[in-house]
Ligand binder design. Sequence first.
Ligand SMILES: Cc1cc2nc3c(=O)[nH]c(=O)nc-3n(C[C@H](O)[C@H](O)[C@H](O)COP(=O)(O)OP(=O)(O)OC[C@H]3O[C@@H](n4cnc5c(N)ncnc54)[C@H](O)[C@@H]3O)c2cc1C
Ligand code: FES
Length: 257
Amino acid sequence: MKNFQLQAKILSQTKIKDNYWYCELSAPKVAKNALPGQFINIRVSDNFDPLLRRPISIHGVSGVKIKIFYCVVGKATEILARKKKGEHLDIIGPLGNGFDYRGNIKSKGQTILIAGGMGVAPLVFLAQKMKPSKTLVLIGAKTKKQILCRKEFKELGCIVKFSTDDGSLGFSGRVTDLLKAVLAQGLSSKIFACGPAPMLKAVTRIACENNIDSQLSLEEHMACGIGACLGCVVSTKSGYKRVCKDGPVFSGQELIW
Ligand SMILES: Cc1cc2nc3c(=O)[nH]c(=O)nc-3n(C[C@H](O)[C@H](O)[C@H](O)COP(=O)(O)OP(=O)(O)OC[C@H]3O[C@@H](n4cnc5c(N)ncnc54)[C@H](O)[C@@H]3O)c2cc1C
Ligand code: FES
């Protein structure tokens, strides 16, 4: 897989709510080669604080532009949010293996995209490649206020359902319980998921019980981001695999939780 290190010009930087930001970057080579599920590794500072690059999913591609969607959770994302339009970011990408979405257009059943919290970030780009009428998106959050990207999925024409822990929007309970209810109706052929590890573990179990393929994007802590340090390994049926290089997308059947 080809990747590039480049200085990407910030074309826009928009706070959408609370700590959530959209950022558009001019990165022609990355845009041309990016697949849904891949990420960029961003150096947010010219000095050594923070030392490490930070991985952020590619949220969308339009011409020479890539879009990212991020949440400010610590030092690097705080620095990132202070960057202004016209400044440049040192990025490497596209990195990792993306989702294998071939077959969605021709498949008989619907494809389910399931996201917990920031897990929506790579799934919007994936939804752009899907046949909307056959794509059901399940978005889970603690409360209605924390449901992300509902407008984007709806604008793409996907069918969207919600779950909230407090019942303030849609299904009351976990998004994996909503998944069980959806699967009980049949007609689903594949699941793509991104979110916190406990959610992904539950998705794997439910997919296996229903004999459905699942692909999961893991958000492991990373150091080098290019497969050199083994700081991000996970256990799979074919041995340890690096999330940054062999993933971040893995087949649910392959992972050992
Ligand atoms: C492949 C991949 C894609 C990602 N895509 C996105 C994205 O599109 N948008 C987005 O907002 N974030 C994404 N992340 C998470 C993002 O990399 C971290 O939030 C970021 O590195 C935090 O840096 P920081 O210095 O601001 O916070 P830190 O000070 O490093 O961390 C702040 C808090 O966030 C937790 N945290 C940091 N990194 C991770 C991680 N990888 N997984 C779980 N918890 C973490 C820490 O444990 C800590 O509690 C992705 C991570 C991976 C591995
Ligand atoms: S972060 Fe270094 S091998 Fe993955």
